[in-house]
Every structure is written in C-alpha cells, then in structure tokens.
Design a protein around this ligand. Structure first.
Ligand code: FAD
Ligand code: DLZ
Ligand code: SF4
Length: 523
C-alpha cells in the first residue's frame, strides 16, 4: 500500500499540499530531467539554482525521515522527462497511488492530465495552496467584471488577509502610496547582496551545468552565484532585505543606475517561486518592520502590493486565460528579436546594454529594467511576441510561465489587448533619462528625435504610436499622448518613420544598431 508523491523542481516547500497526503511509509520522487532543463534554453544560473535547491530539499526530507528517490540528470536509467519517470517508477515499484501538487505551467498540467489517463493506478492532483488566492476565489473575483484591474484585486486581498489593515481601513489612510515611489537615485550607497560560502552540493551542480549546458545563455561562475538554494539561505536573503533595503525600497523602486544591478530590490523572487519562502511570511515580515518604525509606509505598502497584488494577480490571470492567452498578439508584433538581446556588446544603447548585461551576468534584472527598458524596447520596436516571451522565460532565474507570461505578453507587450494593463507601457527616452543616469554616457542623444544620433527610443516610440493610433484612440488614457502626436507635421512624421525604418534595417543586416566606426565617419 505504498503511495508516491512526485515533487517538482519549484515545489520545494515542507508544507506542500501533496506531502500532507503521505503516510510515513510513502515515498517521494524527485527527478532532474533534460526535458525541463531544456524546454527553453534556461540561463545556466537558473538550472544550477533549481537542481541545487532540489538536491538540498531532498536531503532535508530525508533528514526528516521521509523516503526519497532522487534521480539525478546523469543517472543512466533516467528517461529524461517527468511523465516517463513516473511511468518507469510505477513499473519498478508498483505504487498504489500517485499524488502531485498541481504544476505551475499549463504545458505540464496537460502532460499530467494525459498521464492520469495512462497510469494503471490513480494520480491525485491537489491544489497548490502556497498562493493566497485560489483558482476558485480568482474566478469569483473575475465574475461580472468587464475589465479586471489589479488594484481592485489587491484591495480585496488586503481585506481578506488583514495585511496592513486596521479597523477595516488601510493603514496610513490610503491603499496605494505609488506617487511617493518614483524618485531617481541620488549618490547614496546601495547595499551589497548577502553571500554565503558555496557548499559541495552547489559546487557539483555548477560543474554539471557548466559541462552539460554549454550552449545555454549566461554566466555561471561559482564564486558569484548568489541565489538561495535552501530555506535557511532564503531567510537570510529576506532578513537582509528587511533590514538593509526595505526602508528605501519605495522611494527608489523605479530608479535605474549604471552598474547598480539590484539597488534596493529584495532578490526574493527565486525563493518565492521555488517555494523556499511563502508570500504571507514575506508580507508579515515587511508589515512588522513598519510597526517597529523601521520602514516607512510607502516602502512597506509598495513592497506588499508587489506580492499580494501583482504576484497573486498574474497567477490568477494566467490560469483564468490559458491556453488561449499564450497565442494572443493583438498588436501583430512580428519583428525578430535583435541579436543584441543575447549579447549586449552589439548595442550602443546604454540602457539596453545595462539591462542585458545584468541579465547575462546575474540571471536578474529589476522590474523597471524588465518593463521599461527591454520590455518597452520590444513593445515600441514591434518585436515578435513569441520571441520576446521565450527570451524572458529563458533568461531569468525566477522565470516560470505562470508569472512570466502575463508580465511579458500582457504588461510589457500589450499583446492581450488590455487584459493585464489598461494602457501600453510605452515610453520614449525621456522616461529613461528621468529615472536613470544611463543617457549621460550614451552615444545617442536623448533629447533628439529625428537626427542621425537621436535616441532610438524616441523615434521608435512615435513610430509605434503612429502605427497603432487608430486602435489607441478609443482608449481615454492614451488621449493626451495622441494629442502630442497630432501636433506633429507631415515632415516630422516622415522623418521619424524613416529613422525607425533605417534603424530596423541596420539591425536586420548587421544584428547591431552600432555603425562600425569606419562607416560612421562616412556619414
Ligand atoms: P522586488 O522588486 O523586490 O519585488 C518584490 C517581489 O514582488 C518579487 O520578488 C516578486 O515576487 C513580486 N513581484 C514584483 N513585481 C511583480 C510582478 N509584476 N509580477 C509578479 N510578481 C511580482 N517575476 C517573476 O517572479 N518571474 C518572472 O518570470 C518575471 N518575469 C517578468 C517579465 C516582465 C516583462 C516583467 C515586466 C516583470 C517580470 N517579473 C517576473 C516581475 C518582476 O520584475 C520580478 O518579480 C522582480 O524583478 C524580481 O526581483 P526582486 O525579487 O528583487 O523583486
Ligand atoms: C525549471 C526546472 C528545471 C530547470 N528542471 C527541473 C527538473 O529537472 N525537474 C523538475 O521536477 N522540475 C524542474 N524545473 C521546474 C519545472 O519546470 C516546473 O515545475 C515547471 O516549470 C512548473 O512551474
Ligand atoms: Fe537609452 Fe536613449 Fe538614454 Fe541611450 S539616450 S540610454 S538609448 S534612453
């Protein structure tokens, strides 16, 4: 009567719903498989993180008395897919039942639904209760709403959880302090992320990934690998954030600074998404910091909104709108993603080169780099939605489709026609100049739009608005912007269009926006 629970690589929580179903004699199966490690070419750091965290979690389960079968990537018996490994272990162990916490991605849900029909014994798929909002609660929220909005959802969750609430009212007298959270960074020092010595498990995994995944994107240097691989390290990261970063998190949430890769961001998304931290404990730690007088309300509210607002909301939208959601492309964007997204040395745009360098070196970029630099560029240049979504899913250590897709396809690319965002997050170089110090060292001129050295974000932005103006005119939030466009004369519009075309064809023919210096002198 032995049952088996399959624990996936992002289900590393000791209170995982499926584990609750097990009796002491039951078994846990964990498998490192090629299919999961390569369904997109994940950044090397992401694979190392997942494998190391899986190995640590298996050891912890074993230390707590659980029987664990752990199949490593190089095990000669490994059939290299999650479902075929279940079938293989069913043949060899004849378990009486299988239990699985629902997977986080649609493609795996489908695979396990199929497996359920094929297995000779029952496969029970149970809800993932590591999220605050269940699928049913999210459906109830959507019911009767033509245009669901995160802000309404967020307020409901504040009320149902009591987080940052007092006597039924939001603490601080407002739900949202975003208007205080838009400061560009001054000269102040920013804290270094915490580090801990690499243990033997992580060292072995780094070696494995550097040997087996040589053609995957990204740097994986042992000493610089900083992602928490177990709960203890995740709690250290959280503690570092609460003490060193949270007080400034709000003020500089949208800031970008040359060479400063993490600023005051928390670096906890990988731990949350793997299950090493829970969203409620993270919010409670931030709320406690507010009550202790350690962090101001704009920081604490802004941070908590990211977790119980955005994180829960995108997960709800993903499951509510899939599988149709992944096929949406409402702006018909199809321009192939420029090669410089994989190699920052191929672009002269400092903002992009910084975001891509951070991504390549650290499998990380903070939210404003993802949204307003790489995402904004992809939006206004009309990059292929499929290419862009695949890029985001591949390159970040925290990327899983349930969170990546609504953020990329919906928030950054506006390809879902406004499900996720009420207007496109498109911006010219002016926004980047206001929020960063990038433009000061850029070869392009941020104040120019039509000249040879004009900032590409400027002419691409106006070109994008010209292209989609008919669609956007019905959106009241776009009215002001389109009024500006309407003031441009024919000559200016033609010059913008021609700059945008020349830029695109330069990238199509050379893979780069940079003109080689011999050619440059001829212009
Ligand atoms: P902080 O800035 O410190 O924020 C705190 C936490 O809030 C994060 O750890 C995260 O769990 C949560 N959070 C913040 N914003 C969002 C958001 N928009 N959606 C969901 N959760 C949020 N986040 C991922 O976890 N995985 C992804 O694959 C991912 N892809 C993204 C793609 C695009 C195009 C954009 C614009 C955003 C994406 N995000 C993604 C959201 C966000 O950028 C990251 O969660 C954040 O940068 C992680 O760094 P941090 O932990 O330092 O976050
Ligand atoms: C991301 C990932 C990787 C790289 N490798 C594995 C693996 O070998 N075994 C496994 O069980 N899970 C892995 N994962 C995480 C899964 O892809 C994850 O469960 C899905 O993306 C669903 O969120
Ligand atoms: Fe980016 Fe334009 Fe500023 Fe250069 S000038 S950093 S391309 S916004």
């Amino acid at each position: 009567m032995t049952r088996c629970c399959l624990v996936l690589g992002d289900q590393l929580s000791d209170r995982l719903s499926s584990l609750n179903y097990l009796e002491p004699e039951d078994v846990v199966l964990m498998v490192e498989v090629w299919s999961e490690a390569s369904y997109v070419k994940h950044h090397k750091q992401k694979i190392a993180l997942v494998f190391s965290a899986m190995r640590h979690f298996a050891d912890e389960l074993q230390a707590n008395g659980r029987s664990v079968i752990y199949v490593s990537l190089t095990d000669p018996e490994n059939t290299q897919s999650l479902t075929s490994e279940v079938e293989r272990h069913q043949r060899s162990h004849r378990f009486t039942e299988w239990v699985l916490t629902e997977p986080g991605e649609w493609r795996l849900k489908e695979a396990f639904d199929e497996l359920k029909a094929a297995l000779p014994v029952p496969l029970q798929i149970v809800h993932d209760d590591r999220f605050i909002c269940s699928h049913d609660e999210f459906q109830a929220f959507l019911k009767g709403r033509k245009q669901p909005r995160m802000e309404h959802f967020y307020r409901k969750i504040r009320q149902s959880t009591g987080i940052l609430m007092e006597g039924g009212e939001p603490i601080g007298g407002q739900w949202n302090f975003d208007h205080d959270n838009r400061k560009a960074l001054d000269q102040r020092a920013t804290p270094n992320p915490p580090q801990w010595p690499l243990d033997s498990i992580t060292k072995v995994v780094i070696e494995l990934v550097n040997t087996r995944f040589t053609d995957h994107f990204g740097v994986l240097d042992g000493p610089d690998f900083r992602w928490p691989v177990n709960r203890e390290q995740a709690l250290l990261m959280l503690d570092h954030f609460i003490t060193e970063r949270l007080p400034c998190f709000g003020d500089f949430q949208d800031a970008m600074v040359l060479g400063k890769d993490t600023l005051f961001h928390s670096l906890i998304s990988t731990s949350l998404n793997l299950g090493l931290l829970s969203p409620m404990e993270v919010c409670q730690a931030a709320e406690e910091a507010y009550h202790q007088g350690h962090a101001p309300i704009n920081a604490v509210e802004g941070f908590i909104r990211q977790i119980i607002g955005w994180r829960e909301y995108v997960r709800g939208l993903y499951w509510a709108y899939m599988p149709d959601y992944q096929t949406r492309n409402s702006l018909n964007a199809s321009w192939p993603l420029p090669a410089f997204f994989w190699d920052e040395s191929k672009t002269g745009m400092v903002c992009l080169s910084e975001a891509i360098r951070n991504t390549r070196e650290n499998a990380y970029a903070h939210h404003i780099q993802r949204l307003m630099v790489t995402g904004n560029f992809a939006l206004i240049a009309g990059c292929s939605v499929t290419d862009v979504c695949e890029w985001y899913l591949s390159v970040y250590a925290d990327a899983y489709e349930w969170v990546e897709l609504p953020n990329t396809l919906g928030m950054a690319l506006f390809a879902d026609d406004g499900v996720m965002a009420s207007k496109p997050y498109c911006a010219s170089g002016k926004y980047i100049d206001r929020m960063s110090n990038y433009c000061k060292s850029c070869r392009y001129q941020v104040k120019e739009t039509e000249t040879e050295n004009a900032c590409p974000f400027n002419y691409l932005y106006w070109d994008f608005l010209m292209t989609h103006q008919e669609r956007f005119r019905s959106n009241p939030r776009m009215a002001m912007i389109l009024k500006n466009l309407d003031r441009f004369g024919e000559t200016k519009l033609a010059a913008i269009r021609s700059r945008a075309m020349a830029f695109r064809s330069r990238i199509e023919s050379t893979g780069s926006d940079v003109i080689a210096s011999s050619q440059e002198s001829l212009l």
